[in-house]
Design a protein around this ligand. Structure first.
Ligand SMILES: [Zn+2]
Length: 48
């Protein structure tokens, strides 16, 4: 069974078994946030 993680910015579904480098992870406030791309990670940071 495939598991998906969701990009926290655009809500795109990212297959968890995909190459780990295809997702962007950011740790902020001790929590891990997952994004589909660097742009989403940046946009999330700007939102704060
Ligand atoms: Zn995204």
């Amino acid at each position: 069974m495939k598991t998906f993680v969701k990009c926290e910015m655009c809500k795109a579904e990212i297959p968890e078994n995909k190459c780990v480098f295809a997702t962007h992870k950011k740790v902020s406030d001790g929590k891990e946030h997952i994004f589909c791309c660097a742009n989403c990670a940046k946009a999330f940071e700007k939102k704060k």
